[in-house]
Design a protein around this ligand. Structure first.
Ligand code: EPZ
Length: 433
């Protein structure tokens, strides 16, 4: 297995292009199932999660062709609405196949996803939405068998104890496209990734109102057609590079249509005194060269609140900022696997239930260590810590990172980072010699 070796302490300077958004691209690729015509999807990030969803789509009968590294031709002329466990278990985002199957042919048989290390990941709200549309839902041998042959548009409140659900909104939205009449989804998620999905569906001919708000109106039973669509830039990757500039005291220009970094993030950056500006064309300039950052409090919330997917990266950033910061995780209360690893590098962070109390310091340098990545965004936080730590950091299980960051090492190297990939075997061999 690959291991990242980072020699920290270098300022990162230069320009970087973020890839297409993983969390926009996944539901958009699945939404290609809603038409038998050909769709061309541009700015597809080259990630293991994307390759996974493509394998699942091929498995259900979709014809997929790479026009170039980041452009796909997708044609779901005939499909089999059955997604097997061994495919779904690897990536829970594949649950949104249910909505696409229902929207296209009115039935679905998809294995239930497991939980994952950041939380339980239930789909009770997805099921509630399907039932409100008139579907019958049955659990059989680990598969959710959904019959939506007589779906009728309905008014659906999709808010849960943690607020809105991103993939739940995608799922119910796509199912509603197959219902007779109009569906209204209240407390819908309106993250930029959901907006991108809605704009793609509209490009296919869907009639959707309220895009970008928490109330979506969907007219069902319109025949959808093929189209060409470009996925938005990845705002989480952009936010990660912003943290990299601030933590290494460098200056990074971030391009690639990532202008949907939410105001909640800019608000927090302003609060800590960071010099981060978004230019007219959406380019972001993060300048950490002349900074004297302050501590703050962050609470993760559904959009437009502070995104949970940047929580780990900001914990790493705030551990290098003077003062006590508090980071509260309201979406996935146990999403703190990065904290023990940051503490092993010399950070001083206490966990109190779903709150991280960070005793940050700009003078106490983090020190390199052997670390274990646990999930996608925690891996990014460990990379950031390694970049500003003294000496060498080795990060194991970085396959987690490759799920959501395309060519991350190369991008960091182009900014001046001293980073390379080695393997467990090579490391063992070095220890023996
Ligand atoms: C999406 O996950 C993203 N994944 C996650 O990004 C992101 O962290 C999350 O939204 C929140 O923004 C993709 O888009 C592929 P949710 P999703 O349904 O849709 C609870 C990353 O790092 N909930 O919005 O699965 C749930 O337990 C990934 O890129 C229910 O209770 O998240 C959670 O506490 C990680 N019942 C909260 O809602 C349900 O039926 C938000 O979950 C559904 C969700």
């Amino acid at each position: 297995m690959e291991v990242a070796r980072i020699i920290g302490g270098r300022e990162l300077h230069g320009e970087v292009w973020v890839s297409g958004s993983k969390n926009a691209c996944l539901p958009i690729l699945v939404a290609c199932l809603l038409t038998e015509e050909e769709c061309i999807i541009e700015n597809v990030p080259n990630l293991s999660d994307i390759r996974l969803i493509l394998d699942i789509l091929r498995n259900v009968g979709v014809n997929i062709e790479y026009i170039d590294t980041h452009t796909l031709k997708v044609c779901a002329a005939a499909i089999n609405p059955h997604a097997p466990y061994d495919a779904v278990k690897k990536m829970r985002a594949s649950v949104c196949l249910m909505g696409a199957f229902l929207g296209r042919i009115g039935r679905s048989s998809v294995s239930l996803p497991g939980g994952c290390i950041i939380g339980q990941r239930p789909i009770d709200l997805h099921i509630k939405g399907f039932k409100k549309l008139g579907c019958t839902v049955e659990m059989k041998n680990g598969y959710l068998e959904v019959d939506g042959s007589n779906m009728v548009g309905s008014r659906i409140f999709l808010g849960g104890r943690y607020g809105s659900t991103v993939t739940g909104t995608a799922n119910v939205l796509m199912a509603a496209l197959g219902a007779q009449g109009v569906t209204i989804i209240e407390s819908a998620a309106y993250e930029p990734e959901i907006v991108d999905l809605c704009l793609f569906l509209r490009r296919q001919g869907a009639i959707i109102g309220g895009i970008g708000t928490s109330m979506l109106t969907i007219e069902g039973r319109h025949k959808l057609h093929g189209c060409r669509y470009r996925v938005i830039g990845d705002r989480v990757e952009a936010g990660t590079f912003i943290c990299a500039a601030l933590m290494t005291r460098g200056r990074i220009t971030i391009r690639g249509n990532a202008q949907n970094v939410s105001s909640a993030v800019y608000d927090k950056l302003e609060e800590i005194g960071a010099d981060v500006r978004e230019l007219e064309d959406g380019t972001i300039v993060a300048d950490g060269t002349k900074q004297n950052l302050r501590s703050t409090e962050i609470i993760t919330l559904p959009y437009p609140g502070f995104p949970t997917d940047l929580q780990a990266q900001f914990c790493a950033l705030l551990s290098c900022v003077d003062g006590i910061s508090v980071v509260s995780e309201r979406i996935y209360p146990t999403r703190f696997m990065h904290i023990p690893e940051l503490n092993r590098m010399g950070a001083s962070i206490m966990l109190e239930e779903s709150h991280a109390i960070i005793h940050g310091s700009s003078s106490r340098k983090l020190t390199g260590a052997q670390l274990m990545a646990s999930d996608l965004r925690a891996s990014a936080a460990l990379y950031l810590a390694g970049l500003c730590a003294e000496n060498e950091t080795l990060i194991h299980r970085i396959y987690h990172l490759d799920r959501g960051y395309e060519n991350f090492d190369e991008k960091l190297r182009s900014l001046g980072a001293n980073i390379e990939r080695t393997t467990e075997t090579d490391l063992e061999r070095c220890e023996l010699n």
